[in-house]
Design a protein around this ligand. Structure first.
Ligand code: ADP
Ligand code: MG
Length: 365
């Protein structure tokens, strides 16, 4: 097991005058750590993974494992194991032979192969399927065979690229906890690529959020959720989405308030102090749906709106209120009686909000 360092890494597919698929990436992954790379399709996640694995040339910068630069090492010499979304099992080989294949290639002795395949498949709970062929397996079982083939070698680094993206929701939820447990048990340094924020937040020790080839934030799941570095991260992470409202910071008495289309939003002392000290005037105030109330009670600070949508989420409802051109979402109880088009009052938390520069999107609070 090793730590992985990515320093000033760029990936260009065409000319270097074009747009970089990965732009000046810097990340350190500690020995034994589970790091997720999270971002929408096309943001450069797979390019990053392929450079780490050696399948793709690094245009600039260095990648090192345990202090040794691996830029010029072939994939087979990097001691990594990969599981990709479109993993290919050998269709004519049994589960046993599929999992055993890397060990056979490494000329491991036959009793040891049997022992290691047994251990890996027990861990993945596929040890009762060893004689089956891939076409006799469900999607989830096939996927676990692919993981078994990766872990059987006990590599220095695991690379997972959307390994469970195509599974159905229920199986995905189960695989999230299984993969996490497996990684903790094996203690292998792991990189896990996903476009699914829930997967990243629920599994990783740290999450690297990427957008258009650029690393936006690299921190613990909790920090990313509670203190997003910018407005883009704030709306990409968290489901249902944070509402962003355009406000102007306005002096009031000895403190400040947020002016939202003529409505005054009071903020707590801690936020107020930061906003008063900021040079920014126009900001985006962000509220997660659990920090917003939508109801019929008109109170001092409430903002009048119209119910635009309501969605049953199971144990609660996501209510969406429209205030002029702004949508504000709240989690409400299932006895919520307001219907589409009804008038409502929107109340926002004074303390639990994030504030971003309207100009750059960078977090102010
Ligand atoms: N082999 C390639 N040739 C040219 N462009 C590529 C190639 N692979 C990826 N790209 C481009 O690089 C960008 C990042 O792609 P990728 O790393 O696959 O993103 P992700 O895995 O996050 O969806 C995209 O704009 C994609 O179109
Ligand atoms: Mg990809």
């Amino acid at each position: 097991m090793v730590d992985v360092k990515i320093e000033n890494v760029y990936k260009y597919y065409g000319s270097i005058d074009g747009v970089a698929a990965v732009h000046d990436l810097n990340m350190d992954i500690k020995n034994g750590e589970f790091v997720a790379i999270l971002g929408p399709s096309g943001c450069g996640k797979s390019s990053t993974m392929r450079m780490i694995s050696g399948l793709e040339h690094i245009s600039a910068g260095t990648i090192s494992f345990g202090g040794n630069i691996v830029n010029n090492l072939a994939p087979k010499d990097r001691d990594i194991a990969m599981v990709f979304e479109n993993y290919a099992l050998y269709p004519h080989k049994t589960v046993f032979d599929n999992v055993a294949n890397p060990l056979k290639l490494a000329k491991v002795s036959s009793p040891e192969i049997t022992e290691r395949v047994k251990r890996a498949t027990q861990l993945l709970e596929i040890d009762h399927l060893l004689d089956r062929r891939p076409q006799e397996l469900s999607g989830g079982q096939k996927q676990r065979v692919a993981i078994g083939r990766a872990i059987v070698r006990q590599p220095q680094v695991f690379l997972f690229d959307e390994p469970i993206a195509h599974l159905d929701a229920k199986l995905r939820a189960r695989m999230r906890s299984e993969l996490k447990r497996l990684q903790v048990d094996l203690g292998v340094t792991s990189l896990y690529v996903t476009h699914d924020q829930l997967e990243a937040l629920s599994m990783a020790d740290r999450v690297a959020v990427m957008h258009e080839g650029i690393l936006q934030q690299y921190d613990t799941p909790q920090a990313i959720y509670e203190k997003p570095a910018n407005a883009w991260v704030a709306t990409f992470v968290g489901e249902p989405q944070m509402s962003l409202i355009e406000c102007v910071i306005r002096q009031k008495g000895s403190g400040v308030v947020l002016d939202f289309e003529g409505h005054e939003i009071a903020v707590g002392a801690k936020v107020g102090k930061v906003l008063a000290a900021s040079k920014e005037r126009e900001v985006l105030a962000g509220f997660r749906p659990n920090h917003v109330a939508i109801n019929t009670r008109k109170t001092a600070g409430s903002i009048p709106g119209i119910i635009y949508a309501r969605q049953l989420l199971g144990g609660e409802i996501l209510a969406e209120a429209q205030v002029n051109n702004t949508m504000i979402r709240a989690r409400v109880n299932t006895d919520f009686s307001l219907q589409l088009g009804d008038k409502c009052s929107v109340s926002l938390s004074k303390e639990d909000l994030n504030v971003f520069s309207a100009d750059t999107g960078v977090a102010i609070y």
